[in-house]
Write a protein that binds this ligand. Structure first.
Ligand SMILES: [Zn+2]
Length: 290
């Protein structure tokens, strides 16, 4: 297993002699915290792991404050798989549906589904892209998405066990070097051929710098400082109260009368927020509710 500092970290790298950039990630504790809230089968855990690794790879290059969400919906065993990552690399996620479902390939649990990629910038700017989960792998679906949306070659290598997940991404950059289109394409193909030799075990267990050296020693890469990835949920007491305040006043009063307080649970991180009458703006002024 790799050293602690190599896990739960995302690593950018750049090819020294080609217009190609890369990202690599290994998730351990941060992923286990995502998985801890619900009783998921081994297949669902691996699926959430792949989603988590993928969303971190995409988010590490965010040029603005915001977040990226990878969300899949299907009418197979799982109705929803969602993992999101902020520009600070805080991840959270959830699966809904038959959580004990198992399958030979994790993506089988979402057969016929769609993958929705949402990029949200603070101040509410939002961009959404949709791609079919038809190619049999999450990596394949993401490659289709980038081909459509950015028209830059992008490849993903994802690996996950029940406890750990890892990923690598290569992306061709807009042409900066003086070279023929053919030479540019050759460099891209060479990088992909080398990356294709990676095994899931290497991805999950080697420190990223060792792995990148092993794969690309013929075409040197410059490796940047790793950035830590953490589990984090942006839910808060204030947000829960805002959501509660959207209910009609009569409904708020009824909920309060049933229990003497209103509890709201965050489905994703398990946090529990409890409100008594004086906490609830619409009801605070109105004496006893009964
Ligand atoms: Zn939460």
């Amino acid at each position: 297993m790799s050293a602690l500092s190599d896990t739960d970290a995302s690593q950018r790298f750049l090819f020294a002699d080609a217009d190609i950039r890369g990202e690599s990630v290994v998730l351990d504790t941060a992923l286990q915290q995502v998985l801890a809230r619900h009783d998921y089968s081994a297949t669902v855990r691996a699926l959430l792991g792949e989603f988590a690794a993928a969303v971190v790879l995409i988010s590490n290059n965010l040029k603005y404050r915001g977040r990226i969400t990878l969300q899949a919906r299907s009418s197979e065993s799982l109705s929803l798989v969602m993992v999101e990552c902020t520009s600070d690399l805080q991840i959270r996620g959830i699966a809904r549906g038959q959580l004990d479902a198992v399958a030979a390939a994790p993506l089988d649990l979402l057969r016929g589904g769609q993958l929705v990629i949402t990029m949200e910038r603070e101040q509410n700017q939002r961009y959404q892209g949709i791609v079919a989960l038809g190619s049999g792998s999450l990596a394949g679906a993401l490659e289709d998405y980038f081909q459509q949306s950015e028209q830059l070659h992008t490849r993903f290598w994802l690996a996950a066990t029940t406890e750990r997940a890892a990923g690598m991404m290569l992306q061709q950059l807009p042409a900066q070097r003086r070279q023929t289109a053919e030479a540019r394409e050759d460099q891209w193909q060479t990088a992909c051929v080398l990356a294709d030799t990676v095994t899931p075990t290497e991805q999950l267990e080697l420190p990223p710098a060792t792995l990148l050296h092993r794969l690309f020693h013929e075409t040197p890469v410059r490796i940047f400082e790793p950035r830590p990835v953490m589990f984090g949920c942006p839910c808060s007491r204030e947000r829960s109260l805002n959501a509660l305040s959207l209910l009609p006043e009569a409904e708020q009063a009824e909920l309060l009368a049933e229990q003497g307080c209103i509890t709201m649970d965050c489905e994703i991180c398990g946090a529990q927020y409890r409100f008594v009458q004086t906490d609830i703006p619409a009801l605070a002024e109105k004496g006893r509710v009964h």
